[in-house]
Design a binder for this molecule. Structure first.
Ligand code: E4P
Length: 218
């Protein structure tokens, strides 16, 4: 399963750009709003840091507006920009149109199997089911991933599944276990993925023992 970082924070992205397991970035209007720069400035900067898919979200609500914004964002770096679109009829119309123009898309805010089906039928490149927000509201996010993976298999859709709204290591492990193509993960959770108390204590013991060996000269 591929891992993207889910942030618009340039410091976090700069650090993650040196990690061999992070290969893309997703942003959204709320993440951008925290940073105090325009969306264009942030996406341009990210495009200099990461050579992988970078999701940049449109904010217009109508088809013409979304299409115009999509073309502006795509121009920033055509080899990497993925246009993030809302799960609405105009959003899916834009997904279909951008597919015809060979511009990749990520349909966001997916909370049900039927929404995923519509995005796949509209030729979205990616579909983003939101795990954390579902669980926060008492639904079963693992079941949704399982259902979308089944849909994909049943009909051979090319759309890739991005497990989004990740809150924990468990979400990432579950998404991988169930066959999600990608998980987009906040910086803090990415850091937790590599840590384990037994790794830490094992390393501490090895360091003490290595120091003992270093004292032996012959
Ligand atoms: C995905 O692309 C979104 O940016 C993100 O995962 C939203 O997560 P949240 O529920 O933590 O806001």
């Amino acid at each position: 399963m591929k891992l993207f970082i889910d942030t618009a924070n340039l410091k976090e992205i700069e650090e993650a750009s040196h990690w061999p397991f992070v290969c893309g970035v997703t942003t959204n209007p709320s993440l951008i709003a925290k940073e105090g720069l325009s969306q264009k400035e942030i996406i341009e900067h990210i495009a200099r840091l990461i050579d992988g898919p970078i999701s940049a979200e449109v904010t217009a609500e109508d088809y013409d507006g979304m299409l115009a914004q999509a073309h502006e964002l795509y121009k920033i770096k055509p080899s990497n920009i993925v246009i993030k679109l809302p799960m609405t009829i105009p959003g899916l119309q834009t997904a279909k149109r951008l597919y015809e123009e060979h511009i990749p898309t990520n349909v966001t805010l997916c909370f049900s199997q039927s929404q995923a089906l519509l995005a796949m039928e509209s030729h979205a490149t990616y579909i983003s089911p939101f795990l954390g927000r579902l669980d926060d509201n008492g639904w079963d996010s693992a079941r949704l991933i399982e259902d979308i993976v089944t849909l994909k298999k049943n009909y051979g859709y090319d759309t890739k599944i991005i497990a989004a709204s990740i809150r924990s290591v468990r979400h990432v492990e579950e998404a991988a276990h169930l066959g999600s193509d990608v998980a987009t993960v906040p910086y803090k959770v990415l850091k937790k993925l590599i840590s384990h108390p037994l790794t830490d204590s094992g390393l501490a013991t090895f360091a003490v023992d290595a120091a003992k060996t270093a004292k032996i000269t012959k």
